[in-house]
Ligand binder design. Structure first.
Ligand SMILES: Cc1cc2nc3c(=O)[nH]c(=O)nc-3n(C[C@H](O)[C@H](O)[C@H](O)COP(=O)(O)OP(=O)(O)OC[C@H]3O[C@@H](n4cnc5c(N)ncnc54)[C@H](O)[C@@H]3O)c2cc1C
Length: 386
């Protein structure tokens, strides 16, 4: 995409996103236009649209930030196109979305800013994005979605559940990827969950889910999911597992259930005869949050390429926790402190291929701390923050 188009698109989006209420106004205008012109499109979205509105603006921002180097965003858009087949949408819906987005931008932009050139630049950018998504959707021969039956639901902590599902048909995916899921009682409220185990021929998948207080979907999974429930899963998305430079040693940092896509990669790596030197930092607020240390420690005991380091912010468990939370015997001792600072102070990571996985705020904080320690942002990878 030419630099002038990128500059015009980016400057308009920044202007809209920066004025108070701008992102909300853009999202409201977009959905109002889309549903007015295509009433059937309303069925693809949940009844409560608040989370959806935030997501739209963040998703546009994510793509716009990468327009200068489309090669970094095209694979992601292609994956999104394959994933969007789960809604049953066709080319006409993509076109309606493009028209509604241009109309919404024109409505919320100051008239002096919305020039003919700006409108044309947005149309070019939207065409690029939708063409990639539509092409990928058309050329995909696999199923648009999978049905998974819950085979096991294990509460490993009060607010964390490990859920195993049996899929109705094989789902090829790479360790480190995630899928969108729809669970019973939460129609059209798709949420992303990372696959916690690598691909398995028997069609089982595993998720580690933390209850977000006040959330719509995660409490339904942690507190109410039952064996026999059926979930719908979209196509696998993400490229966390693709080493940006396979010749470099690896640093993996997982916060809470964010360790899920990292453990999937370790389980896959453990099947290979040789691996690059790998450090995994598993972190949480309290020692009791480190509910899954045995698994990586089991791999580290027999694989000298792996070092597992547990990190917590508070050295003691909270008063209400009554279970056991010891670090396995022989493992690296527990380090205490903010995980970003602990990792940055542990070694020099400037020549490592780095992955961070956790909540958006945790990822941002750790990334900032590593960059302050001299790590280039290009060496750090993470999933999209929304
Ligand atoms: C690529 C990706 C992979 C993910 N993988 C996992 C996973 O493996 N396991 C897992 O448990 N979750 C994972 N998530 C988070 C998950 O998709 C949901 O966002 C989360 O479960 C909350 O959904 P909810 O419906 O309960 O909350 P919502 O109803 O969506 O949100 C309720 C409120 O909580 C806030 N909120 C949402 N998520 C968080 C959060 N993580 N921390 C703090 N506040 C939050 C929202 O801003 C909102 O104010 C992943 C997210 C992404 C983007």
């Amino acid at each position: 995409m030419d630099t002038e188009t990128v500059a015009l698109v980016r400057s308009t989006f920044r202007a809209v996103a920066s004025f108070p209420g701008g992102p909300g106004a853009l999202a409201s205008a977009f959905y109002a236009t889309l549903f007015a012109t295509n009433p059937e499109a309303r069925e693809f979205f949940p009844a409560a649209m608040d989370t959806q509105r935030d997501r739209l603006v963040r998703a546009i921002g994510h793509v716009i930030d990468r327009l200068e180097a489309p090669e970094s965003v095209l694979p992601y858009l292609a994956q999104l196109g394959r994933d969007h087949r789960k809604y049953g949408i066709d080319d006409s819906h993509y076109s309606a979305v493009g028209i509604a987005l241009v109309a919404a931008l024109e409505k919320v932009c100051e008239p002096r800013m919305w020039t003919t050139e700006v409108g044309a630049a947005w149309r070019r950018a939207i065409t690029l994005v939708t063409d990639v998504m539509m092409d990928a959707a058309r050329s995909e021969t696999g199923p648009p979605s999978w049905v998974g039956t819950v085979r096991e639901h294990r509460r490993v902590r009060d607010d964390v559940a490990v859920v195993k599902l049996q899929l109705d048909q094989p789902m090829p995916y790479a360790a480190g990827q995630y899928v969108s899921v729809q669970v019973p009682g939460r129609p059209r409220m798709w949420r992303h969950l990372s696959l916690a185990t690598p691909w398995s021929a028997d069609g089982t998948v595993e998720f580690h889910v933390r209850r977000v207080p006040g959330g719509w979907v995660s409490p339904a999974i942690v507190d109410h999911a039952r064996v026999g429930d059926t979930w719908v899963l979209g196509s696998p998305v993400g490229s966390l597992g693709d080493a940006s430079d396979p010749g470099r040693d690896r640093l993996l940092i997982g916060v809470g259930t964010g360790t899920a896509p990292l453990r999937a990669q370790l389980l896959r790596m453990a099947r290979q005869p040789r691996n690059r030197r790998t450090h995994l930092f598993v972190s949480g607020r309290y020692p009791c949050d480190l509910y899954d240390l045995e698994m990586p420690w089991g791999i580290a005991r027999t694989n000298p390429w792996l070092t597992v380091v547990p990190v917590v912010e508070e050295s003691a468990d909270p008063w209400w926790f009554t279970g056991r939370s010891e670090v396995p015997a022989g493992m690296h001792p527990l380090l205490v402190g903010p995980v970003g600072s602990v990792v940055a102070g542990y070694s020099n990571w400037t020549d490592h291929d780095i992955q961070i996985s956790g909540s958006p705020s945790a990822i941002q904080t750790i990334k900032f701390r590593l960059q302050a320690a001299g790590v280039e942002s290009g060496s750090i990878r993470h999933d999209p923050l929304s």
